[in-house]
Design a protein around this ligand. Structure first.
Ligand code: GLN
Length: 549
């Protein structure tokens, strides 16, 4: 048994581990499957957490392009992480820290720093054992104080980059008792042309796993439909697991229904049995059923919200889509987010914007699409259309007002137009001398004080809010007096930083320098999003009454 000092091994930390690997191809939704299983374990009374392993060499997701990887999710400690962590936070209802996202960049950086400091006492520093030890240490530390830790390995078994992780997990499983570790492998079951479910790709990926010393305990087959009995038997036989360890994961329309499906399949029960915790689980009738109640509640209406962004890729704005959905759940309506291309604001995009019940302008970096965003904000402001601006959306709302109400022609954010005569949005004062991209942002949870008697105060129903940030630029203090001379108010501030903007002569016009979407949960919808949905419903009520009258 390794000692505590060389692997971080401490049997007191984290009791049970579920390792989730993927086979055949990536993008099978193994994160959602894992998070859903975690939700059910939490419903049964366990304290559940998760670790996402990203085998890429980036230290974190902060510098990654949303078009390739989807949004950069921001944690309360300021960690810029893979969007899967957002799903874990939303499904498990917990707040995580950067330590829950293990990347190759972080691991190697740490080991190399230790090597430079002479901590390895002259030894050759190697992937095995030094990198693998560091991986194991990170997993154990993230699991500390919880009952069950889900560990999802990004990518697909067989990727070169994933190898050190799988080796670390192999070692890990030998360091723990058998009943404390479970390996679940999620693979794809495609259909042949004559409609037959094919297991060969699964067989190959399990063979690959076994060749590195890992035997899955559970297999989950992602398939359009439920797996046939014959398919399950075949997988069981070739992959050396009992038939009842093979589960279906058919397509569902709404990812929030995956926990219900996993429960129907009995995957949660199987996991609890295998981990020897079934006796500690709450009896079925006493389990937390809030999730089921929320996601199956009947909706009484539907509203359309224009999301004016530059990426036609839903994952790039994942948390905003989720937050809109949560606000819809809160008010029992379906919220459709319609993408409006901020870069090509014409034809059906303009039409969509004009027909939408509300407008959301999300965060972003760089100039592309900024004029389209300003136009969309103008449309919302002038036509009393409920509006929510997030981070860059907040900044563009200030720019729009400066240009079109105060007449400051050419006003802009210095990020987008360095030469602007009116830099109403500029670098944070302490950022002037910093250039190292990625390291200079104002990140994570900070508290905003909210003025009483304002829309923001009504929305939050509180004197302050603590929300997550990710920005470099902010309202230029030199323009605050001019900006506030008319109907615009900065109703939320953090010392001298302007955090919330609103207009008094508009039914719902709110911008936030922070990103409230990252704290939104299915059972704790984010106030600015709820406010937006309510404004739409109030307006619809009004119109109905006007029509009746
Ligand atoms: N690019 C802007 C800034 O850095 C806004 C950032 C964002 O929208 N997340 O301040």
């Amino acid at each position: 048994m390794p000692t505590e000092s060389d692997t971080g091994y401490d049997p007191e930390l984290g009791r049970k581990f579920v390792f989730v690997t993927g086979g055949v191809m990536s993008g099978l939704g193994k994160g959602i499957t894992a998070a859903s299983t975690g939700r059910l374990l939490a419903n049964a009374g366990f304290d559940v957490t998760a670790v996402k392993i990203d085998p890429y060499l980036n230290v974190d997701a902060g510098t990654m392009n949303p078009y390739q990887h989807g949004e950069v999710y921001v944690l309360k400690d300021g960690g810029e992480v893979d969007l899967d962590l957002g799903n874990y936070e939303r499904f498990l209802g917990t707040d995580m820290t950067s330590d829950h996202n293990v990347t190759t960049g972080k691991t190697y950086q740490h080991v190399i720093e230790k090597e430079r400091a002479g901590d390895y006492l002259g030894n050759t520093v190697q992937i095995i054992p030094h990198i693998t030890d560091d991986i194991k240490r990170r997993i154990r530390e993230a699991a500390e104080g919880t009952d069950i830790c889900l560990v999802e390995v990004g990518g697909t078994v067989g990727d070169i980059e994933g190898m050190p992780y799988l080796e670390a997990l192999r070692q890990f499983s030998h360091e723990e008792d058998d009943e404390d570790v479970l390996f679940a492998h999620v693979t794809l079951i495609p259909y042949s042309q004559n409609g037959e479910q094919k297991t060969k790709p699964t067989q190959h990926s399990v063979k690959e796993l076994r060749s590195i010393g890992l035997q899955p305990d559970v297999l989950v087959g992602r398939c359009e439909d439920h797996l046939d009995a014959e398919t399950r038997e075949k997988i069981a036989l070739f992959c050396d697991v009992p038939t009842d360890a093979v589960f279906s994961n058919p397509d569902v329309e709404d990812i929030y229904h995956v926990p219900l499906m996993v429960e129907e399949e009995g995957l949660d029960e199987y996991v609890m049995e295998e981990l020897h915790v079934a006796d500690e689980a709450l009896p079925r009738g006493e389990r937390d059923s809030r999730w089921r109640d929320l996601v199956t509640r009947e909706r009484t209406g539907e509203i359309d919200i224009a999301l004016v962004g530059k990426y036609a890729f839903e994952d790039a704005y994942m948390s905003i889509h989720e937050a809109l959905k949560h606000a819809g759940i809160h008010r029992n309506v379906d919220v459709n987010a319609l993408w409006v291309d901020a870069d090509e604001m014409r034809d059906h995009h303009t039409e969509r914007l004009r027909e939408a019940d509300a407008v959301v302008v999300p965060g972003g970096f760089g100039s592309r699409g900024s004029e389209g965003k300003v136009e969309a904000i103008r449309h919302a402001r002038e036509n009393d259309v409920p509006f929510l601006g997030l981070c860059l959306g907040f900044q563009m709302a200030v720019v729009e007002y400066a240009r079109n109400v105060l007449g400051l022609e050419g006003a802009h954010s210095a990020e987008i137009d360095e030469e602007t005569p009116y830099p109403v949005i500029d670098l944070l004062p302490e950022q002037y001398d910093l250039e190292d991209l990625g390291g200079t942002m104002r990140l994570g949870a900070h508290t905003t004080d909210i003025d009483s008697g304002t829309l923001a105060h009504e929305v939050y129903d509180a004197d302050s809010c603590t929300e997550r940030h990710r920005h470099r630029y902010e309202v230029n203090p030199e323009y605050i007096d001019d900006l506030e001379a008319g109907s615009l108010t900065f109703s939320g501030r953090a010392n001298n930083r302007m955090e919330i903007v609103e207009l008094d002569d508009h039914p719902y016009f709110l911008g936030t320098q922070f990103h409230p979407e990252f704290r939104s949960r299915p059972d704790r919808a984010s106030p600015p999003f709820v406010g937006l949905v309510e404004a739409v419903l109030d307006r619809a009520d009004m119109t109905e009454r006007e029509v009746e009258a």
